[in-house]
Design a protein around this ligand. Structure first.
Ligand code: ADP
Ligand code: GLC
Length: 486
């Protein structure tokens, strides 16, 4: 099959979160199965041509792309996903993509991704490459199924093309005033009832994706079920229930070439399930990095996260004073909403002997934290999949999570499994969204940390789990086939 995989962020070229990890690894796995897959993303300021050996596609030169009635000259570059033969194409329009951040609140945010969507389609036309599947990800690519089915339906190159649309996070929908319809040249009849692209009076890119794609997926089975409920859907449960026969949950895999304590190049001491002594050395390095004292009997709990409402920081903040009275050390790496950054900064000042913080984005440090910490905390309000808890399992860093979305599908609570007579737990989880449930799970983990054989068992259970991409890639390929048959 020929598959175009379209995403607004891809590791190692640009990343704000897990979407980039997925877009940088799933296509490689699909290629392994013998399919012809090409990736498409915007060429942001951060995409360094020299470092990644990108080539300007001179035989194409520029293609005029129409946005808001103007014709904008877009250029293209080509490279490869590292350690693979997967081609990646970059849509180059500096006026839109050379900004301080990947996503913006600028008034032309709609135009940026309209341009991206149309440019991907027109590049595919220029390449004379007839895709069986166009696989879209999140709202930034949500208009593409409709554009292919309507605006570009005249082109025979797409007459056998089916689309798959993956929702990584329903909290971000790309919602713009009605005028955006005209900027994208979308037929206004799609805006009128029954509102295939309209939500609360606005043009909604995510809803357009859900309405017009052949198959919809999201990144865990539990999240797929949750999204049918008003509590989790941010208003999209009607359209998702309407399309529920074409809606699937497939758990993300992770790239064990990047996230593996045996081979990780970002950590000072590699280690394996057979010998965890390197982990203790990493813990010493980690604490040194944060200026905290090492004591083998005190567990280190870590958080690495976008500081966003989704991630459960309100219940964490509400329990911080109590948590700080317990005997553990906390390290936090994150950036995002100002109110969280400043609240955590203030607490780290107050409890500077036991709480280390780094506000910002730091890839190297995220690996050291995974390797050096004893537990990893993710109290998410909702979590479509979550990758850090899966990295943590591999690193013998025991996850403490709220039981939602992908967290529920990957973390098995030690006490819950024990109550069933099984010693297969690999972490701790709690259901109620409040500080009490959170602190209870943290206290249970600290209790077991001091019981060395039990702790070793929990760590080993996690390290033995296999969340590699192979199984999930097979599921996507089956869905591609199903979509093609439709
Ligand atoms: P989300 O995509 O919702 O942010 P995920 O758990 O799927 O959540 O993925 C988050 C990814 O971003 C992980 O790879 C994590 O290590 C990384 N990450 C998040 N915040 C930071 C940060 N401040 N510094 C480095 N990496 C980060
Ligand atoms: C989103 C979700 C996260 C998921 C990631 C990759 O950003 O918030 O849970 O792991 O996408 O699918």
């Amino acid at each position: 099959m020929k598959i175009a995989f379209v995403a607004s962020e891809v590791v190692p070229f640009a990343k704000t979160g897990g979407l980039a990890d997925v877009a940088g690894s799933l296509p490689k796995e699909i290629k392994e199965f013998g399919h012809d897959i090409k990736v498409f993303m915007p060429k942001y300021f951060s995409v360094d041509e020299k470092r990644f050996g990108l080539e300007y596609i001179s035989w194409i030169g520029s293609i005029p792309i129409r946005v808001s009635g103007r014709s904008l000259d877009v250029h293209f570059h080509k490279g490869y996903l590292p350690n693979s033969r997967v081609e990646i194409y970059f849509i180059d329009y500096p006026r839109f993509f050379h900004r301080h951040t990947i996503y913006t609140n600028d008034i032309d945010e709609d135009e940026r991704f309209i341009l991206f969507s149309k440019a991907v389609i027109e590049l595919i036309q220029k390449l004379k490459w007839k895709p069986d599947i166009v696989h879209l990800n999140d709202w930034q690519t949500g208009l593409i199924p409709l554009l292919i089915k309507d605006n570009y339906s005249w082109d025979k190159i797409f007459n056998k093309t089916a689309t798959v649309f993956t929702i990584h996070n329903i909290g971000y929908q790309g919602s713009f005033p009605k005028e955006t319809l005209y900027k994208a040249e979308i037929n206004p009849r799609f805006f009128e009832s029954p509102g295939q692209v309209e939500h609360e009076g606005k043009l909604n890119f995510l809803k357009a994706g859900i309405s017009f794609t052949d198959i919809i997926t999201t990144v865990s089975e539990t999240y797929a079920r949750e999204l049918l409920l008003p509590e989790y859907s941010f208003g999209m449960h009607h359209v998702l229930n309407y399309r529920s026969e074409d809606f699937y949950g497939i758990l993300n895999g992770i790239d064990y070439n990047i996230w593996n304590p045996e081979t990780d190049k970002h950590i000072p001491h590699n280690y394996s399930i057979k010998d965890l002594s390197g982990k203790l050395e990493n813990k010493k390095e980690l604490l040194k990095h944060f200026g905290l004292a090492f004591n083998g009997n005190i567990p280190v709990i870590a958080v690495i996260s976008r500081l966003a409402v989704q991630k459960g920081f309100d219940i964490l903040l509400s329990s911080m004073e109590y948590l700080m009275s317990l005997n553990f050390q906390l390290v936090l790496l994150g950036s995002g909403e100002y109110e969280y950054e400043s609240a955590f900064n203030a607490l780290a000042n107050k409890y500077s002997h036991k709480f280390g913080i780094y506000v910002g984005y730091n890839n190297d440090l995220s690996h050291l934290i995974e390797a050096g910490a004893d537990m990893f905390l993710m109290p998410s309000h909702y979590e479509p999949c979550g990758l850090n808890q899966i990295y943590s399992l591999k690193y013998g860093t025991v996850p403490i999570v709220r039981k939602t979305g992908g967290l529920a599908d990957t973390v098995k609570d030690w006490d819950e499994m024990s109550a069933l007579g099984k010693d297969t737990g690999n972490g701790y989880s709690f259901t109620d969204y409040n500080g009490y449930a959170l602190t209870n799970a943290v206290e249970r983990s600290i209790r077991d940390f001091h019981n060395k054989p039990v702790w070793k068992k929990i760590q080993t259970n996690g390290m033995n789990e296999d969340f590699s991409w192979k199984r999930s890639a097979e599921k996507y390929i089956n869905l591609y086939k199903k979509a093609s048959r439709k």
